[in-house]
Design a protein around this ligand. Structure first.
Ligand code: GDP
Length: 428
């Protein structure tokens, strides 16, 4: 069976932990979009890891980890990451890289930096990993597929064509040094050596795996609200964050995705710029940030402090709907145990009208949060394994959120560790 694990919010919902946990019973984990721009934090028997490119299944000997065609593949980052986990005692993971995945080129990273510099204060808050220039080139049909590394003559010709265009921009728009074609070719030959042992026709591999009844997880990055079509455009990422894209970015039929486990965080956090209706500030935000996640809410890739907010019903309900949630994994609930009262954003007031629907960005910018306050449970819920053993106010919070979302909460995460999970009707 194929299951997708995706985010309903702005990312950082704890997808890595849920994937690592479910990967223990899975044969294959596939990354299907995004690149090294966001990270998952995983805590298990080997220690604490921040993964950017590797699928979160790499810690299980029995799991094959796949980089699908939809990923922005940064080859040196991938190889540093493999080495860094092996150096810490994790057995060499079984990795396959799609021959149709495209490569993040050194100039994509430079263009990302130069563009942020050019935009100054109006920047998009990019992580400068080259993701936007990468996807722009992919759809402008001047990207480089892994398979193309194996045809040197073709590669030289393509480099010459691409450099002609890139070097005009470098010289006249950014006033930066031009790309050296020979140097770029040599870099790509290095990349070829690194990637060669892993290259695979992934869609055929997955078609066979599906036929054999293997358990496959599709691991998403970021969340619905960062999707380029359905998110808070233009403050979004450059590839689709939706489960539906899992079919494309892995190369499988859409009807094979039987479960969409949508990860929803018990409060809100966001990195980068963009409208954030339930955002809180000052000491209230600092305290939640300090206590949040595992050791504070700071970006796994950039170390930037995350923006904090109360749970947002319209955003999360919309987030679940666009993912097509069959199951909600409600995460980081333990963090809220310090609060006497827990505000929840139950609607948006826009031009004097209250709605629970999530509007387009221009409307969203006018929205004011409508808050409802629920009583806190004032205790530490880590270590609890049965739903009935949770404090009554904690169960009330979960049931309130579930009812407003309209999707079943079947997993509750009450700590960062692999086993800190409460099953509530989740069918494996
Ligand atoms: P992802 O990108 O969706 O995988 O999310 P991140 O890994 O960036 O952020 C989630 C953070 O919360 C990480 O530091 C996790 O270790 C941590 N985390 C995940 N689930 C829980 C939980 O239930 N409780 C606590 N306290 N931390 C959690």
């Amino acid at each position: 069976m194929v299951k997708a694990i995706v985010g309903a919010n702005w990312g950082d919902e704890g997808k890595g932990k849920i994937t690592d946990m479910l990967a223990q019973d899975s044969d294959i984990v596939v990354r299907f979009q995004g690149g090294a721009n966001a990270g998952h934090t995983i805590i298990n028997d080997y220690g604490k890891f921040a993964l950017h490119t590797l699928p979160s299944g790499v810690f299980n000997d029995n799991t094959v980890s796949i980089i699908g065609n939809g990923v922005a593949l940064n080859i040196p980052v991938l190889f540093d990451e493999i080495k860094s986990i092996e150096d810490r005692g994790v057995p060499a993971p079984k990795i396959l890289v799609s021959d149709r995945a495209q490569i993040v080129m050194p100039y994509h990273i430079l263009f990302d930096q130069y563009e942020e510099e050019r935009l100054g204060g109006k920047s998009f808050g990019s992580t400068k990993s080259g993701i936007a220039p990468f996807y722009s080139d992919k759809y402008a049909k001047i990207g480089f597929q892994v398979s193309e590394l194996f045809d040197e003559e073709y590669l030289r010709e393509k480099i010459a064509n691409v450099c002609e265009q890139k070097n005009v921009l470098l010289e006249h728009l950014y006033h930066k040094p031009a790309i050296d074609e020979e140097e770029l070719f040599q870099t790509l030959m290095e990349y070829k050596k690194m990637v060669e042992p892993y290259v695979c026709d992934v869609s055929t591999y997955l078609a066979n795996a599906i036929k054999e009844g293997k358990d496959i997880l599709l691991e998403g990055q970021l969340g619905t609200l960062k999707d380029p079509d359905h998110g808070i455009y233009p403050m979004v990422t450059s590839s689709s964050t939706l489960a539906a894209y899992g079919a494309i970015g892995a190369g499988i039929p859409p009807y094979e995705i039987k479960k969409v486990i949508t990860v929803v965080k018990a409060y809100s956090s966001a990195v980068g710029a963009g409208v954030f209706v339930s955002e809180i500030f000052g000491e209230e935000a600092d305290e939640l940030r300090r206590r949040g996640g595992d050791g504070g809410e700071f970006g796994a890739t950039t170390g930037r402090p995350r923006r904090m907010g109360w749970f947002d019903i319209p955003a999360s309900k919309y987030g679940c709907r666009l993912q097509g949630a069959t199951d909600v994994a409600f995460t980081v609930l333990d963090v809220l145990g310090y609060l006497d009262e827990i505000p929840v954003c139950v609607g948006y007031e826009i031009d004097g009208k209250v709605t629970t629907d999530f509007p387009t960005t221009r409307q969203l910018e006018k929205a004011k949060p409508v808050l409802e306050v629920l009583p806190g449970w004032k205790s530490d819920i880590r270590g609890i394994t049965k739903y009935e053993d949770l404090p009554e106010n904690c169960r009330k919070y979960i049931e309130f959120v579930e009812e407003r979302l309209g999707y079943p909460i079947t997993l509750i995460s009450n700590g960062p560790g692999r086993n800190e999970i409460i099953y509530r009707g989740f069918e494996k």
